[in-house]
Write a protein that binds this ligand. Structure first.
Ligand code: GDP
Ligand code: MN
Length: 386
C-alpha cells in the first residue's frame, strides 16, 4: 500500500524527521484560507500516488494566498499519470540550497534493507541510477544489529556532505531506518531532503510503501488507505478478501490458491504466448470461498473489457465444488456472461459441482477434464474472438 506524501511526512515526523508543517486542502477556497494562515510563501502540492508531480505541473510555488488559490484551481482535478488529483498539500515554502536523495528499501538479493543516498537528489532515483549510478551510495542495514552510527557517517562522507550537516543527517538516517522498520515498510524515501539556505535539513517530499501483508498489525497505517485511488475492481476485491492483480491479457482467470493461480497463468502463456494471448489477471478466491465470493470474483474479472474468455480452475480442498458451481450460476444470473467460460473442477464435491452446472444448461459454459485441456480451450476461445 502506498501512502500519500502528506501521510508519509506525518509518519516521518512521528520518528523525529524534520518536515514542513503543512496541511491538506480539497478546494481552492480551503487553500486560500490555509495560505493566509501561513507565515510566508507556500507550495501547493498535488496529492496523488504517483511520482514526478513536479514535472507534470502538480507542484507550484505561491507568493500570495490569491496565487495559492489559483494554483489549487489548476491542480485539483488534474490527471497525473492516470491519477486524478483530489487534494493538495499546502506547505510553507522552503528556500533550497541543495537537494539530497535519501531512501531505504529491501534488497532481496542481500536479504537486508539497504540505505541509498545521493547528493544529486530531486530527480527520481531510477533516473540518477541510469545517468550517474556512481552518484548513489549504499549501506546495508543488519536486521538484527540495526544501524551503526558509523554507517550514517560513511554515507555522509561518501556523498561529500559538508561536515557541519553530518550530525543532523545522521539523526535523520537513524530515524528513517526506525520508521521503515516499525512501519513494516517496503520503501521509505525522502526526495528531496534539502539543505535550506539557513543550513537546516528538511524532508520536503516523502514516499512510503507499506507491505500489504503487514497491514493487519499496522491498523494506524491501514486506516490511511485511500480507496479513491483504487479502481472499482480492486476495491471490490479488497472488500471480498480476494487477491486480484489486473494484467493485460485476454483470459480472465478465476482460481483458488495462489500457487494454482500462478500455474494457471503459466499454462495460458505456454499455449498462448506465441499467439499473443495471455492471462488478463491473477485472481485467488482464497480457501473455503463460498458462492457469493465466487460471484464477486466473476464480476471483478468481467469488469475488464479485454477479457474474451473466463478460465475457472478450482481444486476443491476446503473450497467445495458445489459451492463454486452455485456461485458461478448466481453470478451468471446477475452479470450477463457474454464470453465463453471454461471450467475445470476437481477435488471435494467436484462431481456435484459439475452436475449443478450441467443441469443449469447454460450455453457458452464448457467443462474441461485437465488443466492442459482447459488452458488449450481458453486460448482457442480467446483467439477466435480476437
Ligand atoms: P515530485 O516531483 O512528485 O517528486 O515532488 P516533490 O515534492 O519532490 O517536488 C518536486 C520539486 O519541487 C522539488 O525537487 C523541489 O525542487 C521543488 N520544491 C518542492 N517544494 C519546494 C519548496 O518548498 N520550495 C522550493 N523552492 N521548491 C520546492
Ligand atoms: Mn520528490
Amino acid at each position: 500500500m502506498n501512502l500519500h506524501e502528506y501521510q508519509s511526512k506525518a509518519r516521518f515526523a512521528e520518528f523525529g524527521i524534520p518536515v514542513p508543517m503543512g496541511e491538506v486542502a480539497h478546494t481552492p477556497d480551503e487553500t486560500f484560507a490555509l495560505a493566509r494562515q501561513a507565515c510566508c510563501a507556500v507550495v501547493v502540492k498535488a496529492q496523488v500516488l504517483a511520482g514526478g508531480r513536479g514535472k507534470a505541473g502538480g507542484i507550484r510555488l505561491a507568493n500570495t494566498p490569491e496565487e495559492a488559490r489559483d494554483h489549487a484551481s489548476a491542480i485539483l482535478g488534474m490527471q497525473i499519470k492516470g491519477h486524478r488529483v483530489r487534494s493538495v498539500l499546502i506547505d510553507p515554502a522552503a528556500s533550497i540550497a541543495q537537494e539530497i536523495y535519501l531512501g531505504i528499501a529491501n534488497d532481496r538479493a542481500e536479504a537486508r534493507p539497504v540505505l541509498m543516498a545521493s547528493a544529486e537528489g530531486g530527480v527520481e532515483i531510477e533516473e540518477i541510477n541510469r545517468l550517474r549510478p556512481e552518484a548513489i551510495v549504499r549501506e546495508h542495514v543488519d536486521p538484527v544489529a540495526g544501524l551503526f552510527t558509523f554507517q550514517a557517517v560513511r554515507l555522509a562522507s561518501a556523498m561529500d556532505l559538508p561536515r557541519k550537516h553530518w550530525r543532523a543527517f545522521g539523526q535523520i538516517v537513524a530515524a528513517l531506518v526506525r520508521c521503515f522498520e516499525e512501519s513494516d515498510a517496503e520503501l521509505a524515501e525522502i526526495n528531496p531532503l534539502v539543505i535550506t539556505e539557513d543550513d537546516s535539513l528538511l524532508a520536503l517530499d516523502g514516499k512510503m510503501v507499506i507491505d500489504d501483508n503487514a497491514l493487519p498489525r499496522q491498523p494506524q497505517l491501514a486506516a490511511l488507505h485511500d480507496s479513491s485511488e483504487l479502481s472499482g475492481a480492486e476495491t471490490m476485491a479488497r472488500e471480498a478478501g480476494i487477491s486480484y492483480v489486473r494484467l493485460d491479457g485476454q483470459i480472465g482467470c478465476m482460481v483458488n490458491g495462489a500457487g494454482l493461480a500462478m500455474t494457471t497463468m503459466d499454462m495460458t502463456l505456454l499455449y498462448g504466448e506465441a499467439r499473443g494471448i495471455g492471462p488478463a489477471n491473477f485472481l485467488d478466491i482464497g480457501g473455503g470461498a463460498r458462492a457469493d465470493t465466487v460471484a464477486t470474483a466473476l464480476r471483478i474479472i468481467l469488469s475488464d473489457e479485454n477479457v474474451k474468455v473466463v478460465l475457472c480452475n478450482i481444486f476443491g480442498g476446503i473450497t467445495r465444488g458445489d459451492e463454486v458451481a452455485r456461485g458461478i450460476l448466481t453470478a451468471c444470473e446477475e452479470v450477463q456472461l457474454k464470453v465463453p467460460m471454461i471450467i475445470r473442477l476437481q477435488g471435494t464435491n467436484a462431481d456435484e459441482g459439475r452436475r449443478i452446472i450441467n443441469d443449469a444448461g447454460l450455453s457458452g459454459i464448457h467443462a474441461a477434464g485437465t488443466l492442459t485441456e482447459a488452458a488449450r480451450m481458453a486460448v482457442d476461445a480467446a483467439e477466435n474472438d480476437l
